[in-house]
Design a protein around this ligand. Structure first.
Ligand code: G1P
Length: 287
């Protein structure tokens, strides 16, 4: 059994790439079919063996708390109307995991958001899942793939995939030596490098298993790229002290923080939904 039971999901950001919708709807609550995107992220964590989840949140994100809470009045209505299938779905959501919340009072960057989880994490290794990255794997959930690497090798494990060189400046990019197929020992990592600076095209895509030792570096972290406290900078400090691996995970990753990525996710998930798949195929062909 894996030691990894805790996950941190930062949801405090403004979602500026999806304004004006995100002026009043947190981006994590934008739906893919009939579930908000955050539901899929939490489901991935649970399917990977996570039992305890901490959301790092901010004001204007209260509806994320509501989504994972009980809703007795709605349950009563569904019970009276004998809609037992939906009743179970609604009940399941509020008992998916032990979910707690902490506020990030100022938006100082991903490193600062993760630092808010220090007490929750204690001295355990933990996971981070970023809500902009929706990952669909037909075999093993992406996070479980990383946890399996952790269980064998220890240290910390970053989920990576190759991206187009023209896109390296959107991501944390790693440099590493190959340990075995798909697994690298990280030697260097740079947050959002230019094409010239990028040591490779292997990008961190929103899934991490991290040693609790990260907190001593996050505590001292200064602002980095784009004036923000970057998680990547503290992981680089971790590299000098203990093993950090990068695992080229299997799965389709959607950047749902932008319009096209969101739409691609919506179409692919809809094509897997038996209730609409045929009609959608017909419609897409027709268009
Ligand atoms: C964050 C991380 C970056 C990572 C990316 C993945 O950047 O800082 O290292 O590659 O997520 O989506 P953000 O997209 O929040 O600017």
């Amino acid at each position: 059994m894996s030691l990894i039971k805790k996950a941190v999901i930062p949801v405090a950001g403004f979602g500026t790439r999806f304004l004006p919708a995100t002026k009043s709807i947190p981006k994590e609550m934008m739906p893919i079919l009939d579930k908000p995107t955050i539901h899929y992220i939490v489901q991935e964590a649970i399917d990977s063996g996570i039992t305890d989840i901490l959301f790092v949140t901010s004001k204007h994100k209260k509806c994320i708390e509501d989504y994972f809470d009980n809703f007795r009045e709605l349950e009563d209505i569904l019970e009276i109307s004998k809609n037992y299938e939906m009743l179970n779905t609604i009940r399941d959501i509020s008992s998916m995991a032990n979910i707690s919340f902490v506020r990030q009072k100022e938006q100082k960057g991903l490193g600062h958001a993760i630092y808010q989880a220090k007490t929750f994490v204690g001295s355990d290794p933990f996971c981070v899942l970023l809500g902009d990255d929706l990952i669909c794997s037909d075999k093993k959930p992406c996070l479980k793939q990383l946890i399996d690497v952790y269980d064998e090798y220890g240290g910390s494990v970053l989920g990576v995939q190759d991206v187009d060189l023209k896109d390296v400046s959107k991501y944390g990019i790693i440099d590493g030596t190959e340990v075995c197929e798909n697994l690298y020992e990280v030697k260097n990592l740079i947050e959002k490098p230019s094409i010239e600076e990028a040591p490779s095209n292997k990008a961190i895509l929103g899934r991490y298993v991290i040693s609790h030792n990260i907190f001593k570096f996050l505590e001292q972290s200064l602002v980095g790229k784009n004036g923000e406290i970057q998680l990547t900078d503290s992981i680089l400090k971790l590299v000098s002290n203990e093993n950090v691996y990068a695992y080229n995970f299997e799965g389709n990753r959607y950047d749902i923080g932008n319009k096209l990525g969101y739409l691609k996710a919506m179409i692919d998930y809809a094509l897997k939904d038996d209730s609409i798949n045929q009609e959608l195929r017909g419609y897409l062909k027709e268009r």
